[in-house]
Design a protein around this ligand. Sequence first.
Ligand code: CA
Ligand code: CA
Length: 250
Amino acid sequence: MSFRIENTPFVYRAGFVVFFVMLVSVTASFAADITFTSSTTVAAGDNYGNVFIRNDGTVIEMSGGTVTKDIALYDASKLNMSGGTIEYDINIHNSGIATVFSGAAILDDVYVYDSGTLLLRGGAISDNLQAYGSTVVEIGDGSIGGNLGIHDSCETAIHGGSTDYVLWADGNSEVFIYGRNLAIATSGGAYGYGVVTGLWANWAPFQIDFDTSSTYTHVDLIEVPEPATMGMLVLGGLAMLRRRKHGTSK
Ligand SMILES: [Ca+2]
Ligand SMILES: [Ca+2]
């Protein structure tokens, strides 16, 4: 046997050093839960576990950093997320409002409950966006990788963004889709349950596939006016204002 007893102390010492380095790195990456009850910022270098946002008027501006679990909003609090990563979910309760901008990454889901609001202006939700209760969802840009589920009395407006998601709408929900050359089919599409096709206001083509046979009954199409029509409307409005002003300035 080539093993020699006088080597073991060194082996033990090396083992202890490896263990100690591992312990330090585990401690360094440990992220504690936090509750915010007044406005503040979350920025690059910040690292939290679960984040709870409470109290009316609390505004959290998140421009960077990492949340290794969920962010939950309560009361009439707000989250403005323009950067950083949430490794699990955003849960919006009560009258909370979360606005997600370009640069933000939510690696799992967003859930909107009660009278909550989710404004997706950019950024990426990797999995599902699910809205319940009397909630408001607005999608102007950004992406959703999984399902867009609109339930109960949720009102949703979609006027942009990448449409890799599949739309599921049920309950008393309504989904307003704003665009140009809009067309709805009650069959066909990727799942056979129908599809909306058209162009966004910026002329980018899109297709939204339905996930259930009754989703189309919750969908309303709203044509965005042409720029020329918009101009006429503005001119018409100005003329009307001028008439009204003259009429009342006697
Ligand atoms: Ca998920
Ligand atoms: Ca989740």
